[in-house]
Every structure is written in structure tokens, then in C-alpha cells.
Design a protein. Structure first.
Length: 416
């Protein structure tokens, strides 16, 4: 399993200058590759990331000698990025509906993310320091949390701070769980997460709280004169606020998903089309604020890490509309109705709670059909095989006894 750990760096001025140079080199290489790609394509050729890399390497020392001032990974990875972007674009070219990858665009300074890649042979992590080519050791705010084979690292800038994201291939070890308790979770807007146990969690409404400030800052930015120093200042303030909002949200999401995956062995979720929901203008801000897609993603990777499992319930499964008591559909229910009332049997329940319990039931049904009844095995897949073996040995012993032999004799016979 590949895990990324993003750590803040504490560079000196000199090191920061190097970072900016490397980001600029990566951006330049990307734009150079894109321009070359378009040229070659117009000439009827089919370029790829590798051919562009060879071409760039051949002319680098003559035309762009300054590229040697930073790690060679910066331009190389940028071209690899470009190749992937084109792959995605061509993959989606004839796709019907849904989101399609856009054709790669030129990157503009200040309009794109400043980042560059470093491959694993070019850097070294030592405690709370990382060693990068040309500039030596840079202190990190914390040590690397994952153990395993280091694959690579990406240095990036967020407002006025620098981060390194280290990718580590972590060996998966089967985790024994104490609890196999299943839970259904309804992710929503009124409450970020409603559990079938009756508990619900709300996101810190960081965006709502900071929205006023965000509006004020954007307004003040738009009033500043172009290319002025004050404009630069306002821009930095705005991006700092964006980062702060994102941090609060991410921190909350991580704490919630860690708790849930520790507590529950099976988590049933609705396979929400977050992308589709975002098209609804009224919901978009609330959903983005809670970060539903992020919650889902975190549950999905954290559950297996702790020996648990996530099961997705089909998004067309009527979790909120079908009465869980009598099964009749309540088609008059709208998003504004906070309470579910069944027109057939009169069952009344909080809308989200009702949905989460329906999701749990449907999740358990899916597990039942694919893996057998949930909870019949004590410790996930590993234990279930062991138990099957034990059961077959019991059965064998039973048959042996029926034939008048002791189990020991019969199991001895098995090995012959
Ligand atoms: Zn009913």
C-alpha cells in the first residue's frame, strides 16, 4: 500500500530560492513539452513523454544550461506529468457523460501549483531532516511516520510555506481486530456523518465561519492595482486563509475517520456521486465545506489498514426513501424534509438516521451475498479460513468416529 506523508519544511532563504527555481524549471519543462507536443502533433507525429525527455536532454546543455542548477528530476517529472495528462485526455476523448479530463494547458506563474518531484535516489530522510540535491539538509516539522520503501517525494508551496510529501510503500500486515461491529453511515449536508448507531458528527463549519473574511479579502484584492506590492500582499493573505480553512477541514476529517475505522469492522457507505451533487449550486458549498469526497477516500484507505472493510451501497439504492419497517417507498420526501414519515405504516424517524440504517442493512446484504454472513468470522478473512479449516477437521473427526476410529488416526491418515 502506498502512503504519502506531507510534512512542513523549514528552509533557509537560500534553500527557498532553490525551491522556487526548481518549481520554475518544472513549469518551464512542462510548457516546453506541451509546445513541442503540439508542434509534433500538427506535423502528424505521435509524441510521448519518453521521446520528449530524450529530446530535452539532448538540447538541455546548449539551450537551457540553467536547468542543471536544480535536480534533474524536476524537468523529467514535469514531462512525465504531461504524458499522464495527455493519456487521461485521450482516454476520455470519446467518453459519454461524466467528467472528462481536459486537454493539458500551459502553466502560468502564480496561477498553477508550485511543485517539483524528487526521485528516491536523489534524497534521504534522516530523523527530522531531509537531504535534497544541491542544498543539503532541510529541517522538517516532524519525522516520517511510515516505515517501508521510500518511492519519491514532491516539494510544494502553499502560500508562504513549503511542504514535502514523501511516498512510502508500506508493507501490509494483517491486523487483528477486537470488534467486528458493522455500521451504516449517511454522509450529508445537515450532519456531515450520521451513524446507524444514532450518533452524528458535524464538520467544523470552517468555510462558513471564514466566508465573511474570505469575501472581504477577495473584494480588497480586486480593488488593488495590478502588479502592485499591496496586491501581492492581499493575494498572500487570501491564500493563507484558504490554507487555514483546508487545514481545519482535513484535520477534522482525519480524526473522524481514524475513530470510525478503529471502532467498526464494517463500514457501509452510500456510493455518492459527489461530483454530481456539486452541480447543485445550493449543495455545492456545503458539500465542499464538509469534504464528503475526502471523508469517503479516507475511510476507504484507513479501514483495510486496521483490518476492517468498507462496503459501498449503490447510489440508486433508495436509502432515504424506502421505509425500513415495511419497505414501501416514500416518493414525496424532499431534501428539505428532516423527518422520515412512512405513508404506509406511519414509521417516523430522523431522516438521516433512517437512511444510515437502510445503508447498513443493504451493506450487510451485499456482504452476505459475496462473503457470507457478517460476523460469522471473528477476525476478518484470516480467521475465517482458519475457522473453515477447524470446521472441516471437526467434520472429519465426526465421520471418523462414525467409522469407529479416533480423530487422531483419521487426521494422521490425512497426511499420508
Ligand atoms: Zn413503512
Amino acid at each position: 500500500m502506498i502512503m504519502g506523508h506531507k510534512i512542513e519544511l523549514v528552509p533557509t532563504h537560500e534553500q527557498e530560492t532553490y525551491f522556487r527555481k526548481a518549481c520554475g524549471t518544472a513549469r518551464f519543462a512542462y510548457n516546453w513539452g506541451l509546445a513541442r507536443w503540439n508542434e509534433l502533433h500538427a506535423a502528424g507525429e505521435t509524441p510521448n513523454a519518453l521521446s520528449l525527455k530524450k529530446e530535452l536532454n539532448a538540447i538541455k546543455s546548449e539551450q537551457f544550461p540553467w536547468m542543471y542548477e536544480v535536480t534533474k528530476c524536476a524537468p523529467e517529472a514535469a514531462l512525465a506529468d504531461l504524458g499522464r495528462a495527455f493519456d487521461n485526455y485521450f482516454r476520455d476523448l470519446h467518453k459519454q457523460g461524466g467528467r472528462r479530463a481536459r486537454r493539458p494547458q500551459f502553466k502560468k506563474k502564480g496561477r498553477c501549483r508550485d511543485r517539483f518531484y524528487v526521485s528516491n535516489d536523489q534524497f534521504m530522510v534522516e530523523g527530522q531532516k531531509i537531504r535534497l540535491p544541491h542544498i543539503g539538509f532541510i529541517p522538517m516539522r516532524e519525522g516520517l511516520r511510515f516505515q517501508g520503501r521510500i518511492l519519491g517525494a514532491t516539494v510544494s508551496r502553499e502560500a508562504d510555506r513549503w511542504f514535502v510529501a514523501v511516498q512510502v510503500d508500506v508493507e501490509e500486515t494483517p491486523v487483528k481486530r477486537k470488534s467486528q461491529a458493522p455500521v451504516g453511515i449517511d454522509l450529508g449536508v445537515a450532519h456531515a456523518a450520521t451513524l446507524s448507531s444514532g450518533k452524528h458528527y458535524d464538520a467544523p463549519k470552517s468555510l462558513a465561519k471564514h466566508l465573511k473574511k474570505l469575501r472581504r479579502l477577495s473584494r480588497s484584492l480586486s480593488r488593488k492595482e495590478k502588479d502592485s506590492r499591496n496586491r501581492e500582499k492581499a493575494k498572500m493573505q487570501l491564500s493563507r486563509l484558504h490554507r487555514r480553512i483546508a487545514n481545519i477541514r482535513r484535520d477534522w476529517a482525519h480524526r473522524l475517520t481514524t475513530n470510525l475505522t478503529r471502532k467498526y469492522g464494517l463500514i457501509a457507505l452510500e456510493d455518492l456521486a459527489v461530483g454530481n451533487l456539486m452541480h447543485n449550486r445550493h449543495l455545492a458549498r456545503a458539500i465542499a465545506d464538509v469534504g464528503l469526497g475526502e471523508l469517503r477516500h479516507q475511510l476507504e484507505y484507513k479501514a483495510p489498514m486496521r483490518g476492517g472493510q468498507v462496503v459501498f451501497v449503490d447510489r440508486f439504492f433508495p436509502s432515504s426513501k424506502e421505509c425500513r419497517q415495511c419497505g414501501s417507498k416514500n416518493n414525496v420526501l424532499t431534501l428539505a424534509d428532516r423527518t422520515f414519515v412512512c405513508p404506509a405504516c406511519g414509521h417516523t424517524e430522523d431522516r438521516d438516521l433512517h437512511a444510515s440504517r437502510n445503508i447498513l442493512r443493504e451493506g450487510l446484504r451485499i456482504i452476505q451475498t459475496t462473503q457470507g454472513p457478517w460476523g460469522s468470522h471473528a477476525c476478518g478473512q484470516v480467521a475465517s479460513t482458519r475457522r473453515r479449516r477447524f470446521a472441516s477437521r471437526l467434520a472429519e473427526a465426526g465421520r471418523a468416529q462414525a467409522r469407529g476410529k479416533t480423530p487422531e488416526e483419521s487426521s494422521g491418515r490425512e497426511h499420508v
